[in-house]
Design a protein. Structure first.
Length: 439
């Protein structure tokens, strides 16, 4: 027979830690969103800038969505952990002759993170530096009008958020340890759920770092291109002024022939400068594409993290419940299942997966627990058909003569769980009285 040794307060403490993780993660998201508010148009509206900005915008959006999912997920798991502890506390109280104390700290407040919105990195206008009008019609490309200062500011914001996100995950190891120390069938899976959330938050911090580094990389390429183009234009302006001044003086003595020659020389130098600038811009466009390709890889990683978080949150605690029921049934060789008890509230997506199937009730305790939302008379009639049924009007429980014989006690409270951040949890019962020995 399975004997449960659980400290409900440890579940409550772990829930408080996960709730703190959710709140702190949401704060990181809001702080980063505010810091990036001035990043609009930082890449510019030229060919190179828009090539990089397209990849950045997608990766940045995916990274923040993953962070919001992590925040909501941590808050949801906190709620589930507290409900688990509360159910164990009620079970302990009901299993104590004369009653017991089932009081726990208040459950964590539901977290409602907002969906972050960032300005696009593409956009803006720029007339170009002095001398640009001389070559604008010959270069074939717009002036690279990105802003290195905004790009560096965005890099700093992402880097700071990455460090903060790493700190956010710190309490999770302790929370997982608290839950894992409990001797109850659902504890290993619940502990694993906590650990996985911490792992994915750590991975997300890495994505933040990479997105920030991409801003810095493009800023470096843009800065180099600006330096080279401005240098070419500066030389062109100086040489043009000198040639035109000399041509004007000589034209006085040559009836304008030297001025014509001077203009031809200027045109040649302008064409040469335009060709140099064209090569610089084409190199910048290629560099922007390379950096954009890399950042799309971070986009894929962010999407993957979001999917993993939703998978863990959606099935982690349900898996714990299923494991608990299976373990008790195998140990106690319970009677055939009672079908049709309890209304299913699962979505079609939750029907998929090894652990998603709703376990069938096989004990009086399970019938009572699973009958939430159904007519009490129906649940009572079903319960009466089970072997070992005890009428609650005549006695509160069936007590064994030895500590290793389980008893049937009134069903503890089952907590309704809120819809948190768009993630709808399945109503659960962890901490069943099934298999709980009287002490």
């Amino acid at each position: 027979m399975t004997t449960l040794t659980v400290d409900p307060a440890e579940y409550a403490a772990a829930a408080a830690q996960l709730a703190r993780v959710g709140v702190d993660a949401a704060h990181v998201v809001s702080t980063l969103t505010a810091a990036l508010d001035g990043s609009g148009g930082m890449a510019g509206s030229d060919h190179a800038g828009t090539a990089w900005a397209d990849g950045y915008d997608q990766a940045a959006k995916a990274a923040l969505e993953a962070a919001s999912t992590a925040a909501a997920g941590a808050g949801q798991v906190a709620t589930l952990l507290h409900a688990t502890g509360q159910n164990h506390a009620h079970a302990d109280a009901a299993s104590t002759i004369g009653g017991g104390d089932a009081t726990l700290p208040a459950p964590p407040a539901p977290l409602q993170p907002t969906s972050p919105v960032l300005p696009s990195a593409a956009g803006g206008i720029g007339a170009g530096p002095p001398g640009w009008p001389l070559v604008a019609g010959l270069v074939g490309y717009a002036w690279p009008n990105g802003h290195q200062d905004r790009l560096h500011a965005a890099q700093a914001a992402w880097s700071a958020a990455a460090g903060a996100m790493e700190q956010v995950a710190t309490p999770i190891a302790t929370a997982a340890s608290r839950v894992g120390a409990q001797q109850s069938p659902e504890a290993p899976a619940a502990s694993s759920t906590c650990t996985q959330i911490g792992t994915h938050i750590g991975e997300l911090a890495g994505v933040f770092t990479q997105v920030g580094q991409s801003c810095g990389e493009y800023a470096a390429h843009l800065d180099q291109a600006h330096h080279e183009i401005i240098s070419v234009l500066r030389d062109l302006v100086v040489q043009t002024v000198a040639i035109e001044a000399g041509g004007a003086v000589l034209a006085f003595f040559t009836a304008g022939l030297d001025e014509i020659a001077a203009q031809a020389a200027v045109a040649a130098r302008v064409a040469s400068a335009a060709a140099k600038i064209r090569r610089v811009i084409e190199a910048l466009i290629e560099a922007a594409r390379v950096v954009a390709t890399a950042i799309r890889g971070y986009l894929g990683k962010a999407v993957e993290i979001t999917a993993k978080l939703k998978s863990v949150i959606g099935f982690g605690v349900k898996r714990a419940e299923t494991m608990a029921v299976r373990g008790v049934r195998a140990e106690e060789k319970l009677p055939p299942p009672v079908k049709g008890v309890g209304a299913s509230t699962r979505t079609s997506g939750e029907e998929i997966g090894e652990f998603a199937a709703e376990p069938e009730a096989r004990t009086v305790s399970e019938v009572l627990v699973r009958s939430v939302g159904d007519a009490k008379d129906f649940a009572n009639e079903v319960a009466k058909q089970l072997p070992g049924y005890v009428d609650p009007s005549t006695t509160q429980a069936m007590v064994g003569v030895a500590n290793d014989i389980p008893r049937i006690a009134p069903a503890p409270q089952v907590h309704a769980l809120p819809d948190i951040g768009g993630l709808t949890p399945t109503p659960i019962f962890i901490g069943s009285l099934v298999g709980r020995a009287i002490k």
